[in-house]
Design a binder for this molecule. Structure first.
Ligand code: ARG
Length: 246
């Protein structure tokens, strides 16, 4: 005989369609760059850049997952699609703009020299005959390479900025050239290292941007909208004050 089909249960008219889950973007960051990005005791990635991007994501309606990524290769990871976003205190440069797209600038920086406090160095040009530590492929590396010359073996390149600063402490290099925020933070938090800092107006102003794969304008627009929103409503200022004081 004919089986009776149960009447199909229609969804209640009032049930809202489930909201689509927000896209989770993979974010590359070299988390050895306090106060911009570092790992806390629990191994969690924290810092100014992290808070800024989380706030942008909340405004723009996407989610972020931070992945500690070595600086060398961080831009390749974007190009290959292993990362969707790079936030890593990245200076916007014309050269990088050829292969990546950048958000509007979100932070101003400049290079700063760290030396041991008995050093006679007074300006950038004084480093010409000295051993200088830099993080490979950074704007500090570029500036130092320009001053000392491409083939100069006195330039000591390190995988991370903290490694260069350790080498300054142990005497392996005479100076380190790196972003001001990171050098100031390191000197303040390592009084035992007995460092001092030297600024020089020879160093060009730098601006940090959030990077995406070249041509990913949809994501870039969301990031720029979120950035504008957190600047407009005071969120950016709150994050800034948390890390750098009011
Ligand atoms: N601002 C410099 C640059 O873009 C250094 C950035 C290094 N960032 C990092 N998280 N290690 O070259």
């Amino acid at each position: 005989g004919k089986k009776e089909e149960p009447a199909p249960v229609a969804p209640a008219a009032s049930a809202p369609a489930p909201a689509p889950a927000p896209t989770v973007y993979a974010v590359g960051t070299d988390a050895a760059y306090a106060p911009f990005e570092s790992q806390d005791e629990k191994g969690e990635i924290v810092g100014f850049d992290i808070d800024v991007l989380k706030a942008i994501a909340a405004k723009a309606g996407f989610e972020v997952k931070f992945i500690n990524t070595p600086w060398e290769g961080i831009f390749n990871a974007l190009g290959q699609g292993d990362r969707d976003i790079v936030v890593s205190a990245v200076t916007i440069t014309d050269e990088r703009k050829q292969t990546l797209d950048f958000s509007e600038p979100y932070f101003d920086a400049a290079q700063l020299i760290a030396v041991r406090d008995n050093s006679k160095v007074a300006k950038f040009a004084d480093l010409k005959k000295l051993k200088v530590g830099v993080q490979t492929g950074t704007t500090g590396d570029e500036a130092t390479t320009k001053l000392l010359g491409k083939t100069n073996t006195n330039i000591k390149r390190f995988e991370s900025t903290p490694l260069a600063l350790k080498e300054l402490e142990s005497g392996g290099v005479d100076a380190v050239v790196a972003d001001n925020g990171v050098v100031i933070h390191h000197v303040a938090n390592n009084p035992g290292a007995k460092f001092k800092t030297i600024s020089d107006k020879e160093f060009a102003p730098e601006h940090y941007g959030i990077a995406v794969k070249k041509g990913n304008t949809a994501l870039l627009e969301k990031i720029n909208q979120g950035l504008a929103a957190i600047k407009a409503d005071g969120t950016y200022d709150q994050i800034y004050a948390k890390y750098f004081g009011a």
